[in-house]
Design a protein around this ligand. Sequence first.
Ligand SMILES: *Cc1c(COP(=O)(O)O)cnc(C)c1O
Length: 402
Amino acid sequence: MEPISAPRRLAIHGGAPQRGSLLPYGRQEIDEEDRRAVEAVLGSSWLTTGPAVGAFEEAVCEFVGARFGVAVSSGTAGLHAVMAALGVGPGDEVIVPAMTFAATANSVLYVGARPVFADVDPDTLLLDPGSVEARLSPRTRAVVAVDYAGQACDYGALRAICGARGLALVTDGCHSLGARWDGVPIGQVADATVFSFHPVKAITTGEGGMVVTSQEGLAARLRRFRNHGIATDFRERARAGTWEYGMVELGYNYRLPDLACALGLSQLRKLPGWLERRRRIAAELDEALSGLGGLKPLACARPREHARHLYVVQLDLEVLSVGRREVFEALRAEGIGVNVHYLPVHLHPYYREQLGTGPGLCPAAEAAYERILSLPLFPAMSPRDVADVAEALAAVLGAYRG
Ligand SMILES: *Cc1c(COP(=O)(O)O)cnc(C)c1O
């Protein structure tokens, strides 16, 4: 089927752009309720370590059905805290997918252990359980699954692999707050799950994150790690009528202030509606792009369970006369804020130099990297925005076909 719009001169070649202003790939939404929630904290006695922290932790736990929540200063801090709380350290290996944000693997390096990169499924870009099995060694302590783009990994297979060997299974759920696996909310599926509240994620606290778990001992270690490794917090000491405390391990200051938690609580109330919007917009994009040759969206078997953090397409480079870079630049010139998630972690200069990784280690992730584009997707996108994305893609792919 031919694109509806007749061939036109692309903006990158001097034509009129599809849009006057750039449509970003993601954007937060802050309303009056959010402002009032933060202002209320500003007027209270607790800017940090006050009642909003526990309230936010409880609300996220209730949303995902986990028992314990530990708010932290970022998703990255949460991943670091999980590695420490699991007791991962020097000499240990942790299996991570190649197709993720660098922080997933960096957290393993923070505790002195070695990240081992596993490949992803070429159609979903989710961690491939077969590749995980191939990377197991006597040193393997944990597997980190990344619900790339907001879609749950194959937890049936991953839980079987980890369960059989006593390995910890961690979800990097920075894309998947609100997603489900086989009906089970992300947050209940792994031993520990890490969420991020960076502005491009499902809800925001500015910077922030949370680890959820249903294991009490793990939650206690996470709390201690986020507070310098000190065994009690100051309110417990106040209740006990003592000033004494002991630092029992080397922890960090990874606390999330009340200001941020109040914003998070207010944002969380809107999350169910935003997830619906994201799913609807993704369906509209599916529909609008279905007639275009030259690309295909990632495979998704259960759209009702997908959190739709990112809308990723893979370019069909075999039918295009140019590569991803040219398509990216042409779309940016049209005012469509496309992005690329991600350069496989083992190809970053630091990893190549420090761990000796390089091309050939994870062929599916490397091949996907050459052809992926993240299209704009956020709850406030209008039907006009969706049409702009589809029309700009039709024009650009039309110009570069054959
Ligand atoms: C955003 C993100 C992180 C890091 O979260 P921050 O809150 O920015 O530290 C980690 N992993 C993945 C997959 C992410 O998308």
